[in-house]
Design a protein around this ligand. Structure first.
Ligand SMILES: NC(=O)c1ccc[n+]([C@@H]2O[C@H](COP(=O)([O-])OP(=O)(O)OC[C@H]3O[C@@H](n4cnc5c(N)ncnc54)[C@H](OP(=O)(O)O)[C@@H]3O)[C@@H](O)[C@H]2O)c1
Length: 344
């Protein structure tokens, strides 16, 4: 197939490009060329800015493509413009949205039928800075903009939960792996909480499988509930780094209600910990019915560590620095926990 990827060089898009090349597709990527990665020589590379209409028109003239894959779009006006310019050059469109599109996440379970934030297909907040409160509504606007340009029959919308794996620039597993490498007493809540992060390679496989079958529709993507716990993830990180850790890591399990009162920023302070009713209740029956397969979380952790250990660097992103807590804050919380429990 002739596949056009808008972006394709940071994380999810990069894996989709690698995977599509391996499957023998004819791949074009369009980005500003700021973060090249190691692209296969067979990939046609078009440099341009998706915010510049002339660049998009120059791109459209290089078509046609069987599918346009917009992985990283997040501003409705920008996504809508590229979709409109490229709708005549690509048969179909895939847009990668997010679980944050659901209004009730993380406070209630979500399926594809759950209510979404209100979205505006023409919205442009002006800033390109990451804003967690604006993220979900803006992605909904992007979904509407893609539907407006391609129509539902030519559109595949994917709403992934947390994506982990090599090239991750958000900083979740990289922080946990480096924390376990430092070793010592590690603050750790919610050992039995079921979690559903999905490996970036499984997202890519699902996406390309559906593209090859010309499927349209909306699909949640996450590991099925009950396959791993938060404790499993932390132990997998400990195991992965064990041979290079400065000292052995020891998990100090703390009560999460108590921890919530200690001022640790949820979701980022201890990456992927959130004391909400349903942070990990994404229904993925629909995707499983058409072939979603998710590898064990320990494989994702191991692959991410292999990549980091072999000198892999994520692209520089503002979200990376928002993850983790300082060593002295963590130690102080553990001291307070032990005093609270009357243990040493
Ligand atoms: N991480 C998660 O846990 C998670 C969870 C749910 C959903 N998601 C979604 O998954 C997607 C992840 O995408 P990704 O960032 O990994 O995609 P990606 O396609 O690998 O990277 C983003 C691409 O956009 C290009 N780009 C940025 N601004 C551009 C511009 N103005 N013009 C042209 N190209 C531009 C970048 O290259 P240049 O800088 O060189 O231009 C880069 O190639 C996002 O949509 C996110 O919402 C992620």
């Amino acid at each position: 197939m002739r596949v056009l990827v808008l972006g394709g060089s940071w994380f999810v898009g990069r894996v989709v490009v690698e995977d599509a090349v391996q499957r023998g597709h004819d791949v074009t990527v369009f980005n500003r060329g700021r973060s090249s990665g190691q692209l296969s020589a067979s990939v046609r590379r078009v440099i341009g800015d998706r915010e510049v209409v002339e660049d998009l028109e120059r791109l459209a003239a290089l078509g046609p493509w069987d599918v346009l894959v917009d992985v990283g779009g997040s501003i409705p006006a920008v996504v809508g413009r590229s979709a409109a310019v490229l709708a005549g050059a690509a048969e179909r469109c895939v847009f990668v949205s997010t679980i944050s599109a659901y209004r009730d996440w993380p406070h209630a379970p979500v399926s594809e039928e759950s209510p979404l934030w209100e979205g505006d297909a023409d919205a442009d907040p002006g800033t390109r800075r990451w804003d967690p409160d604006a993220y979900g509504p803006l992605k909904v606007g992007c979904e509407i903009a893609c539907r407006r340009a391609f129509g539902s029959d030519r559109l595949l919308l994917l709403r992934p939960h947390v994506v982990l794996g090599r090239y991750e620039y958000v900083g979740r597993l990289p922080w946990w792996l480096s924390r376990m490498q430092r070793g010592g007493h590690v603050l750790a809540p919610a050992p039995d909480r079921s979690i559903q992060p999905v490996d970036v390679r499984d997202v890519s496989s699902f996406l390309l499988d559906q593209v090859e079958q010309e499927r349209s529709g909306v699909f949640n993507i996450a590991a099925p509930p009950g396959t791993a716990t938060y404790g499993d993830m932390l132990r997998a990180c400990m195991t992965a780094v064990a041979d290079v850790a400065s000292q052995p890591a020891e998990l100090v399990w703390v009560d999460e209600q108590w921890l919530t009162a200690q001022g640790v920023v949820q979701w980022t302070g201890l990456p992927l910990w959130r004391n909400a009713a349903a942070p990990w209740h994404m229904n993925v029956d629909r995707a499983q019915a058409v072939g979603l397969r998710c590898r064990p979380l320990a494989e994702t952790v191991g692959d991410t560590w292999d990549w980091l250990r072999s000198g892999g660097h994520p692209v520089d992103h503002e979200r990376f620095r928002q993850h983790g807590i300082a060593a002295d804050s963590e130690a102080a919380i553990i001291r307070r926990w032990r005093a609270h429990r009357g243990t040493r």
